[in-house]
Structures are given as C-alpha cells and as structure tokens.
Design a protein around this ligand. Structure first.
Ligand code: PLP
Length: 232
C-alpha cells in the first residue's frame, strides 16, 4: 500500500471510533483532504483511494489544479478569501468555509446570482480571538448572521473554526465545545435562511477530539499527504 492509501485508511478508522464516542456513525463525518502545496499526482492517488472532498486555501491553486482532477471531486475553499477573487472560484467550489464578513458574503451572493447558483457557506469563527487569525468573534456571529440570512444566493450551512496549534490536542477540546454550543444557540433562534448542520473543525493534530465534540467535517492535510514544503 502507498503511504497515502495507508494514511487514509487509518484516518477513516479513527473517524469511525471518534464518531462512535460521540454517539454517531462514520457517515456523520466528512473527511476533507487538504491538498495545499501538494502535487496533482498525490491528489489523484488519494482520489483513487476514495477521497472525494479536497480543501485548498488559495484561489490560484484551485484554478491551477481544477482541470487535472476528475469532476467527481468536490472542492472546498478553506482559506482567507478576498472579495476580488470570489468570481474565480464560483463555478468550481462546493462550499466556502471561510466567510468572515458581511462584505465577503455579499460579494459571494452577487457572484452566485450572476451564474445562477446558490453557494453553500460556513461562517468562520475565531474562538480564541488571536489578532493574527481571521474569523468573527463569538460575540459578533449572531448579528452578522441576521444580515447574511437575507442574501438569496448563499445558504449558511454552519460554522468553521481553526483551533490554535497545540502539542496536546486535549487543549483544544474547550474550543470545539464552544463552537458546538454556539451552533446550538444559533439553531435555537431559527434565523431565516440559516442552518447549522455543519461544523468544520479539527485538523491532523486534533480531528479526533473535534469529532468527539461534534465536528461533521474535518480538514486533514499532513495526516494524509505528509509534511508540506513551502518555497522561499
Ligand atoms: C492547512 C489547513 C488545514 C490542514 O492542516 P493539517 O495540520 O496539515 O491537517 C486545515 N484547515 C485549514 C484552514 C488549513 O489551512
């Protein structure tokens, strides 16, 4: 077995175990393979071994790789998105995980209307409020959702968070609990056009804990494809 195949099979096993711990079955959790900086060949290998969802954090990389992958692949935009680049991925991605402002949501809504589709989005929440990271604060999410809910060509499906890097994944359990609780609170408000079925949280280091706390999408890069090499 190739490494990628082995890694995928281990991760699926872990997903199943963690899902059981939280009283769910493995179908309740979607694995997104994060392929940023990784070559097409590696991506094709993963797809050949059953990976369906891929996540990228740069518009340019999605555009470069898109045509080389089978059209059964579902692309997720998981990185910070500038409004002037929204148009380049509108016909390519299944979901945008990183919506962190009304302005960006409005732009996605406009571009979606232009091509006659409805775009599924997640609201990125920054639980720890680190100034360096993108995402809305816990306190501002509800207000923003009330505005975004009016946009007809986007559908809010849930929340996304990037937890801090920690050595011990247990240290992020409280972060995942907070996001889960926020989603429950939002759901109870029955806001127009807002559903909270998706929680995109957990990466290589902490996806098991995230699933135990209710993640329905995990974004795993290194755990499938190995370490990333950055140029420069
Ligand atoms: C890179 C990245 C991941 C994957 O990180 P790993 O630690 O390699 O699993 C997940 N989510 C986002 C938003 C990322 O940018």
């Amino acid at each position: 077995m190739t490494n990628i195949q082995m890694n995928l099979s281990n991760i699926h096993k872990n997903i199943e175990e963690a899902a059981l711990t939280s009283g769910r079955d493995k179908e309740a959790v979607t694995l997104i393979g994060v392929t940023k900086t990784k070559p097409i060949d590696d991506m094709l290998k993963a797809v050949q071994h059953g990976l369906i969802h891929v996540g990228e954090n740069k518009v340019q990389e999605i555009r470069q790789k898109y045509d080389a992958l089978p059209n059964t692949v579902k692309w997720h935009m998981i990185g910070h998105l500038q409004t002037n680049k929204v148009k380049y991925i509108m016909d390519k991605v299944t979901m945008i995980h990183s919506v962190d402002s009304i302005r960006l949501a409005e732009k996605i809504n406009q571009e979606a209307e232009k091509i006659g589709r409805i775009m599924d989005i997640l609201i990125q929440v920054n639980v720890v409020d680190e100034a360096t990271k993108f995402g809305l604060s816990l306190q501002s999410v509800m207000q923003v959702l009330k505005v975004i809910g009016r946009f007809k060509f986007i559908q809010v499906k849930g929340l996304m968070t990037i937890a801090p890097y920690v050595i011990n994944p247990e240290d992020n359990r409280a972060v995942f609990k907070k996001i889960k609780q926020l989603s429950v609170d939002i759901k109870s408000k029955n806001l127009n056009n807002i559903s909270m079925d998706i929680l995109s949280m957990g990466m290589t280091n902490d996806y098991k804990v995230a699933i135990e706390e209710g993640a329905t999408m995990v974004r795993v890069g290194t755990g499938i494809f190995g370490k990333r090499m950055y140029k420069g």
